[in-house]
Write a protein that binds this ligand. Sequence first.
Ligand SMILES: Nc1ncnc2c1ncn2[C@@H]1O[C@H](COP(=O)(O)OP(=O)(O)O)[C@@H](O)[C@H]1O
Ligand SMILES: [Mg+2]
Length: 182
Amino acid sequence: MKKIEHKGFTLWFTGLPCSGKSILADAVADDLRKRGMKVERLDGDIVRKSLTRDLGFTEEDRNMNIERVTFVAKLLTRNGVAVLASFVSPYNKIRAYSRNEIGDYILVYVKCSLEECEKRDVKGMYSKARAGEIKNFTGIDHPFEEPDNVEIIVETDKQTVEESKNNILYALNEMGYLPDEH
Ligand SMILES: Nc1ncnc2c1ncn2[C@@H]1O[C@H](COP(=O)(O)OP(=O)(O)O)[C@@H](O)[C@H]1O
Ligand SMILES: [Mg+2]
């Protein structure tokens, strides 16, 4: 498919585990690719097996995880790539750091009640955290700060994946990040 020129940006998804960050970032990525845009995905689960496999889940390590990812997102963004980054990223301070570094940074808060996230428990992590088998799990024994500066909020316990995806695309278009369709 012919690639089109467009402005680079990082669409950053923050939210509790199982809130729907990865599925939504994938869905938006698919859509942007179909428009001929240059797209790259950065996902917590994958990054933590490669770029940041040496890190754990203390506050310090979480910040380092996001710092490294921000470095990569920054390089891609300034080279005209649409970056879809999905990370729990639970602290406002490091979110602000990413925003400053990247510039064209759009934060999506993937909002979903803890109760619903725990019900989904895609990888069985909540039940392990409840049983004390894993420590520092966000939502259980580690904090998640509500974002204090956010462009887009989707509520995945009230909307379908399709509805959330469309809200995000609509907002991106309003902000001028989608190239004109011909
Ligand atoms: N409206 C919705 N939006 C997003 N995900 C949903 C929704 N309803 C159910 N789900 C399910 O919730 C799960 C979210 O998983 P995932 O995207 O891996 O979460 P995260 O990356 O935030 O940990 C998926 O299994 C998805 O099918
Ligand atoms: Mg995920």
